[in-house]
Design a protein around this ligand. Structure first.
Ligand code: ARG
Length: 589
């Protein structure tokens, strides 16, 4: 573009100069009294008018040229996909959605890129048309239909039917020149879109933990990428600034710094302050009562309580800011409190639309496809994270008019404090027990924390983690226990794949193992078995898709139920094994 602009500009300068000369000439003719006399003057006027017209035209196109976005860099994979898409379409017009697989080649001998669609098409032809055609034949037919293009030098068919693609050097060279001339340009996105990124989002009066730090770092990088791609980015810090914990914090503030309204309280260590108030909340009945009153007064926006709340938030904010400064990150703060007023409307809207069910005094809303409902109002009338998140979502969609909303959250935050404690206890004591149990009790034994906590070896840490991962497979596919139970009755467990077969047999060895231990009382056999089961499961999982996802969007496209049932059978046996060992499994880790 720059070249065209400078060409244009040079031409403009030349033309303008000419106009100036012409005008000067006309002036000169006028002054010398020749106006209307010289026949050449008419010609000059004509030319002048034409030049002006041309000048305007050039100015306009220059302006257009400048305001046009720079040419985006070519996505070579996309180009090849288009070329092979067209070739496949021409070769097999009868196929509806033929697989289009183009990947960079791993080794130079396989060319620069590969199109591996032939194998998939063989399967489709067999299944849908009952035609038996070898992938090589298909590959050949595809290559015959490759349309004229500027990027492919030559193609070769290799192995069972891979199409190796060699790129043209002059094409690559031209792309590199364009990169140098235009700079690194973002991919084209079409219409400018708005993206809201919810990240960092620590909680007032608590320390920013590693999860928040990760979210901050990853979230910021996402924002930068979207900005580069030409999106309008809003970075939102969804601070936890409105929970019931403020009741006890304010009550404690009133006691410790009674003059907080006039003198800023010197809270150096907000963590300690939080801990003290929590201890009082748990042990002093009177304090607890007052803390609850403080919540009510805060939520009804009583000025002194708002002031106390602001003071506490400020202390935290300053702490968080130190970290944001170090990381050079600027976020827009829009904490939970921002959505307070919107929450009653959310509840009303859901009620009006008839989505609300009452369960044990709570108002809940079931979301299709998800077994656990959202709680939008607690039985005491209070709101929950679900309510503030729904209000935030509505605000982001309707007020901010976001096209894309991204939540960068630590997956650990689903664990509540109690769940976290339970998980830590299970894992810690599980590891200690397992270390004893997994050794042949007749042999000597070395006590080693490193060994018992090794999350890759034959330890409780490894097995418990494997167990949580197995259980997560169905959960992430939105398959709940009930659905699994139903499928267990109706589905046939297919064991065609070698790894399915291996896993199936391994699961069924459980009774043999138990029988043997009942006879020789050597419990380490059970540990060995569980470890073998976990590794056999991993082999199965690595080779057999349980849930198939669209590569690009990550959306689930297919759930292979019989495989989920194999996962479930593995988990059930593991859970029983843990039970016998006296180890408590956890659902999440
Ligand atoms: N404050 C929450 C926590 O620390 C994270 C909030 C994430 N964002 C959201 N919209 N829920 O666990």
């Amino acid at each position: 573009m720059e070249a065209r602009v400078s060409q244009c500009a040079a031409r403009l300068a030349r033309q303008e100069n000419e106009i100036r000369l012409l005008t000067a000439e006309i002036e000169h003719l006028k002054n010398s009294g020749c106006l209307g006399v010289s026949p050449s003057l008419e010609g000059l006027r004509d030319e002048n008018a034409k030049l002006k017209y041309r000048l305007n035209f050039l100015r306009k196109s220059l302006q257009e040229e400048i305001s046009k976005p720079a040419k985006s860099m070519i996505n070579i994979n996309n180009c090849l996909q288009e070329i092979f898409g067209a070739a496949i379409q021409a070769a097999y017009p009868e196929l509806e959605n033929p697989p289009l697989v183009v990947t960079p080649s791993q080794q130079p001998k396989f060319g620069d890129y590969q199109c591996n669609s032939a194998m998939g098409i063989t399967q489709i032809l067999l299944k849908t048309k009952e035609q038996k055609v070898s992938p090589r034949e298909i590959a050949e037919k595809i290559t015959k239909h490759i349309p004229a293009n500027e990027c492919i030098e030559k193609v070769e068919i290799a192995g069972p039917g891979f199409i190796n693609v060699h790129l043209r050097r002059d094409f690559v060279s031209k792309q590199l020149s364009s990169l140098l001339v235009n700079g690194v340009q973002p991919p084209a996105i079409g219409k400018r879109k708005k993206v809201v990124v919810d990240f960092s989002s620590p909680n007032i009066a608590k320390e920013m933990h590693v999860g928040h730090l990760r979210s901050t770092i990853i979230g910021e990088s996402m924002c930068r990428l979207f900005e580069f791609a030409g999106y309008d980015v809003l970075r939102l810090n969804h601070l936890g600034d409105w929970g019931t914990q403020f009741g006890m914090l304010i009550a404690h503030l009133q006691d410790k710094f009674p003059d907080y309204l006039t003198v800023s309280p010197p809270i150096g260590d907000l963590q300690a302050f939080y801990k003290e108030s929590k201890r009082r909340f748990d042990t002093e009945e009177e304090f607890k009562k007052r803390a609850y009153q403080c919540v009510v007064l805060l939520q009804s926006k009583t000025p002194d309580f708002i002031k106390a709340w602001e003071l506490i938030c400020d202390v935290s904010r300053k702490e968080f800011q130190k970290i944001y400064n170090c990381l050079d990150i600027t976020l827009t703060e829009r904490g939970e409190s921002f959505y307070h007023e919107m929450m009653k409307d959310i509840v009303k809207e859901f009620e009006d639309k008839g989505f609300v069910q009452v369960d044990d005094g709570r108002k809940v809303v079931f979301v299709p496809g998800f077994p656990v409902p959202l709680t939008i109002m607690k039985s005491d009338g209070g709101y929950t994270y679900d309510t503030s998140d729904l209000a935030a979502l509505k605000h982001r969609l309707c007020e901010e008019k976001a096209d894309i909303i991204i939540y960068v959250v630590d997956s650990g935050q689903v664990l509540t404090a109690e769940e976290l404690k339970a998980a830590q206890t299970s894992v810690a004591f599980g590891c200690i027990k397992y270390a004893d149990l997994s050794h042949n009790r007749l042999n000597d034994y070395v006590f080693s924390f490193d060994k018992m906590l090794d999350d890759r070896g034959n330890t409780a840490a490894y097995l418990l983690y494997a167990f949580t991962r197995i259980r997560a497979i169905a959960r992430l596919a939105n398959i709940d226990e009930q659905m699994l139970r139903k499928a267990a009755r109706e589905e046939v467990l297919i064991l065609d794949h070698e790894k399915e077969w291996k896993l199936g047999k391994c699961i069924l060895r459980f009774p043999e193992i138990l029988q043997k231990i009942l006879e020789d009382l050597l419990l380490h056999t059970l540990c060995d078995y569980l470890y073998e089961l976990a590794t056999t499961f991993t082999e199965f999982y690595d080779n057999c898709y349980c849930v198939e996802k669209d590569r690009q969007s990550g959306q689930i496209v297919k759930v292979n139920m019989w495989r989920l049932l194999l996962c479930e059978a593995t988990a059930t046996v593991m859970a029983k094994g843990f039970d016998i060992l006296g180890i408590k499994p956890v659902q999440r880790m």
